[in-house]
Design a protein around this ligand. Sequence first.
Ligand code: GRG
Length: 304
Amino acid sequence: RSAVGQAPPGFDFGAYLEAARLRVEAALDGALGPERPESLRQAMRYSLLAGGKRLRPILCLAACELAGGDGDRALPTAVALEMIHTMSLIHDDLPAMDDDDLRRGRPTNHKVYGEANAILAGDALLTRAFEMVALRSPDIPAERLLRVVGELSLASGAPGLVGGQVVDLECEGKDVDLDTLEYIHLHKTGALLRACVITGAMIAGAPDDLLTALRTYARGIGLAFQIIDDILDVTASSEVLGKTAGKDLTADKTTYPKLLGLEASRQRAEDLVAEAKAALAPFAAEGRAAPLLALADYITSRDR
Ligand code: GRG
C-alpha cells in the first residue's frame, strides 16, 4: 500500500502550505471591507482573522487545482468555507453550547463582544459566506456557483454541521457506540471538509469520477482528523495528569481511544489516510495530486 498515492519526492510541502496560507490570509483580510455597522465588522474580523491552520480553504484551492482549475478563481469559495468554519466555532464556544473562554489562544468572541453580538457576528459570517459565492465570484458559470451553494447548504445545515452538533450535545455525558461517534464526526467535521474539496473541484468543472474520489478522500481525512484529535486529547491529559494532576480532557466524552484503545485508534487513522490517498491515485498524474496527498499525511501527523 505504501507506494499508492505518495506525493512525488521533489514536492516541497512546507513551502506549498505556507504560500497557500498567505494567499488565504490575504483573501480573508480583504473580504470584510463593506461590513456595517463598524461594531459588527469588528466582531466578524476578530474571529475570522484570528489565525488557525486554514486547512479548509487550502483544501478547496488544492482540489480546484487538482481538477485543472486556477486556484485564484476558487478563492471566494475558499473564504466562504473559512467563514462557515469560523461562525461554527463562535457559536460552539457560546455559554449555551461548550461555554469556552479561549479559542486559538485568545478570548472567545462572546467574551470580547458579548453574547448577543457573538451570535450576530456568527449569523453575519454564515450569510456572508453565501454572498461570497453568489455575488463575489466573478467569471464562474452560474450553474457551477449554484452547485457550490448547494454543497455549502448541505454541509452547514441539518445534513451537516448543525445536525452533528445536535447529536453531539444530546450525547454529552453518555457512553456512545462507534456508529454514533462516527455519525457525529462525519457531520460536525467531515461534512465541511467534504464541501471544501467538492466545491473547489466544482469551480474547475470537475467530472463526476473526480468528485466521487474526492468524497472518499474527504471521508478518510475527516475521520482520521478526529481520531488524531482524540489521541492528542488523551496524550495531552496524561501529560497534564503526570505533571500537575490536572483534569482528564476526555473524562466526559466518548473517544476513539476509549472505544478501540490507543494502538487500534492509531492504526485506524493510518488506514483511513491510506484509503483517502488511494482514492486519488487515478488522478495523480504529473504530481497534480501532490498537495492533497501531502495534506492527508499532514492532518494526521499534526501535534495541535
Ligand atoms: C453552521 C449554521 C451552522 C451552525 C454551527 C456550533 C455548530 C453549529 C457546530 C459545531 C461545529 C464544530 C465546533 C465542529 C468542530 C470542528 C473542528 C474539528 C474544529 C477544529 O478545527 P481546526 O483544527 O481549527 O481546523 P483551526 O483553529 O485550525 O481552524
